[in-house]
Design a binder for this molecule. Structure first.
Ligand SMILES: [Fe+2]
Length: 339
C-alpha cells in the first residue's frame, strides 16, 4: 500500500506526519520509498494539458526534433531518443524531453559552471511548433517542486528525530537552493505484445530498466495513455476490456528492502514522490531510496506519456561533511562502470 499524504496537511508545518513519513520512506521492510499526495490545487488540469505534449512532440517532423537535440549536454536538455542505453542496448522504446523547470537559461553567474557541468548548465530548448508548451510545462514543474518542498519539510522533521545532529531543514533547503532541478517528459512508443511480456529471465522492465533515482526527491505524475492513430491523440478508452487487460500488469514496480516487487498505480489526480539516493545519503540512511522499473503495456497504437521531476541539489551541495553531490554522482558513475 502506498501512503497517501493530503496536501492540506502537508502545508501545515506543525502537522505531525511522522508515522506517514516512516511508512512511506523509512528504512524498514515494506516501505516503498514513495508516497502519493492528494488534493494538490490545480494539478489535475495541468497534468491533462502537459502530458499530451509527449505525443505531440514525438509526432513533430524529424528536422524539428533534430533541432532540439543537445549533444553538448549529452542529450540532457531538449529531445533525446535512442541515445540512452538500457540493458546494454540503445533505448528506442521511449523519447524524452528534458528541461529545467525553474531556470529557462542557466541561473549560475559562474562562467565555468556551464563548461564544467554541461548536463546541468544549458538553456532549455523548446519546439517552435508548440508555442504554449514552455508555459505549461514550466508551470507544472514549478507546482511539483512546490509540493516536493513540503514533502521534504516533513521528511526533515522525521530525520531530525532520528539524527538530531543533522542540519535543520536539510533536504528542504537543498531543494530550495538548487538551480538545477530537471524535468523529463517521457513518451513511451506503442510496443508489441511480445515486447511487453516478461523476458525468459523474468525481467519485466520493458519500458524502463531497474534503477534508483539520484535526486533528493523525484516527483511523478500518473501516466496518460493516448491513441497515436488519431492526430489529436485522444486518451484511450480505459473502460474497454482489452485495454484494461493490457494495462493490468503495466506501469511502475518498486522493489522494497525485502526485495519484493510491488506494482504501484498512481491515481490520476495524485502526485507521487520517490525518495532519491541523495536523500538517503544525506539522512544517514534514515530514509531509503528504492529500486524501480516500468513494465510496458501493449495495445495497438497505444502510447504512454508521463512526467518525472528530479529535485537534485546543486553540484557543490554537501550531502555529508566534505562529500558533495558532485562527488556522489562521480561515485555512482564509477559503480556503474565497475558492473
Ligand atoms: Fe526513476
Amino acid at each position: 500500500m502506498v501512503v497517501v499524504l493530503d496536501y492540506n496537511k502537508l502545508v501545515d508545518p506543525d502537522c505531525d506526519l511522522y508515522q506517514y513519513i516512516d511508512d512511506a520512506f523509512g528504512n524498514k521492510p515494506g516501505a516503498l520509498g514513495a508516497c502519493f499526495v492528494s488534493n494538490v490545487p490545480g494539478f489535475p488540469e495541468l497534468r491533462e494539458k502537459c502530458l499530451r505534449y509527449g505525443s505531440q512532440l514525438a509526432a513533430l517532423s524529424q528536422s524539428e526534433l533534430d533541432s532540439m537535440v543537445d549533444l553538448e549536454s549529452c542529450y540532457m536538455f531538449g529531445w533525446s531518443h535512442g541515445k540512452e542505453i538500457m540493458n546494454g542496448k540503445a533505448d528506442f522504446a521511449k523519447g524524452s524531453f528534458y528541461f529545467n523547470p525553474l531556470h529557462d537559461v542557466p541561473a549560475s553567474e559562474d562562467p565555468e559552471f556551464a563548461a564544467k557541468f554541461v548536463e546541468y548548465g544549458r538553456p532549455n530548448i523548446w519546439p517552435p511548433s508548440l508555442p504554449q508548451m514552455k508555459h505549461d510545462l514550466m508551470e507544472l514543474g514549478q507546482l511539483i517542486i512546490k509540493v516536493g518542498k513540503l514533502v521534504a519539510l516533513h521528511c526533515d522533521k522525521y530525520i531530525s528525530k532520528k539524527h538530531p545532529d543533522l542540519p535543520p531543514n536539510f533536504l528542504q533547503s537543498m531543494i530550495e537552493q538548487s538551480m538545477i532541478p530537471k524535468s523529463r517528459l517521457l513518451h513511451y512508443f506503442p510496443i508489441s505484445k511480445e515486447d511487453a511480456e516478461p523476458t525468459p529471465d523474468g525481467s519485466m522492465d520493458s519500458w524502463c530498466g531497474l534503477h534508483i533515482d539520484h535526486s533528493v526527491l523525484t516527483g511523478l505524475t500518473s501516466a496518460m495513455y493516448n491513441d497515436e492513430s488519431d492526430p489529436s491523440f485522444p486518451q484511450v478508452d480505459t473502460s474497454n476490456k482489452d485495454i484494461q487487460d493490457a494495462l493490468k500488469d503495466a506501469g511502475l514496480y518498486i522493489k522494497d528492502k525485502d526485495e519484493k516487487f510491488t506494482q504501484v498505480k498512481i491515481p490520476k489526480e495524485y502526485l507521487a514522490f520517490q525518495i532519491g539516493e541523495a536523500a538517503q545519503v544525506a539522512s544517514k540512511e534514515a530514509l531509503l531510496a528504492t529500486p524501480h522499473l516500468v513494465r510496458g503495456a501493449a495495445y495497438p497504437n497505444m502510447s504512454r506519456n508521463t512526467l518525472a521531476l528530479f529535485m537534485q541539489p546543486n553540484v557543490d551541495q554537501e550531502l555529508m561533511p566534505g562529500y558533495t553531490f558532485h562527488d556522489f554522482t562521480k561515485d555512482i558513475m564509477a559503480r556503474h562502470y565497475e558492473q
